[in-house]
Design a binder for this molecule. Structure first.
Ligand code: OFO
Length: 168
């Protein structure tokens, strides 16, 4: 059985993961509107990843005999100045999510809940990849510096991203 404090905190995390899903969908919409369908594909795949994260928490709460309580999802930002800004904000957002997962881990340690700690280890590792993905693309975008040819090449590369459900 989950402690009430952990259940409440995981419910908050579910909200944050679904917000991430919504934010990246908004970024995908912006990229589509800019004619960058490969960039949009990158974010549509990210949407699926975030949904997967949210559902892992959702299922975990039930497996532990808890109750999922859903809250409202805030409206994400809809307008951006450039693809670079989109990725800089994504990177910032992933740093926020990493901090959120770490706080959740701190609470699981405080509650001496070994099952939750073990479950959260996957997310701790996953956040390293989440931050690194965004950071790599930011570096590429800075090198390209908005030049048409480079943008088209990166757009083509990002068009190839596919969603592979992680094996846990
Ligand atoms: Fe769920 O990791 Fe991104 O936000």
């Amino acid at each position: 059985m989950l402690a009430q404090s952990l259940q409440d905190r995981i419910n908050l995390q579910i909200n944050r993961e679904i917000y991430s899903e919504y934010l990246y969908l908004s970024m995908a919409a912006y990229c589509e509107a800019q004619g960058l369908s490969g960039f949009a594909n990158f974010f549509k795949i990210q949407v699926q990843e975030e949904h997967f994260h949210a559902m892992r928490f959702f299922d975990f709460v039930h497996e532990r005999g808890g109750r999922v309580v859903l809250d409202a999802i805030a409206q994400p930002k809809v307008d951006f100045n450039s693809a670079l800004e989109v990725f800089e904000l994504s990177y910032k957002h992933e740093q926020f999510i990493t901090k959120s997962i770490n706080e959740l881990m701190d609470l699981a340690i405080k509650e001496n809940d070994h099952a939750t700690r073990s479950f959260l280890n996957w997310f701790v590792d996953e956040q390293v990849e989440e931050e690194s993905n965004m950071d790599t693309i930011i570096n590429h975008l800075r090198l390209i510096d908005g030049k048409g040819h480079g943008m088209l090449m990166l757009d083509r590369e990002l068009a190839g991203r596919v969603f592979t459900p992680p094996t846990i």
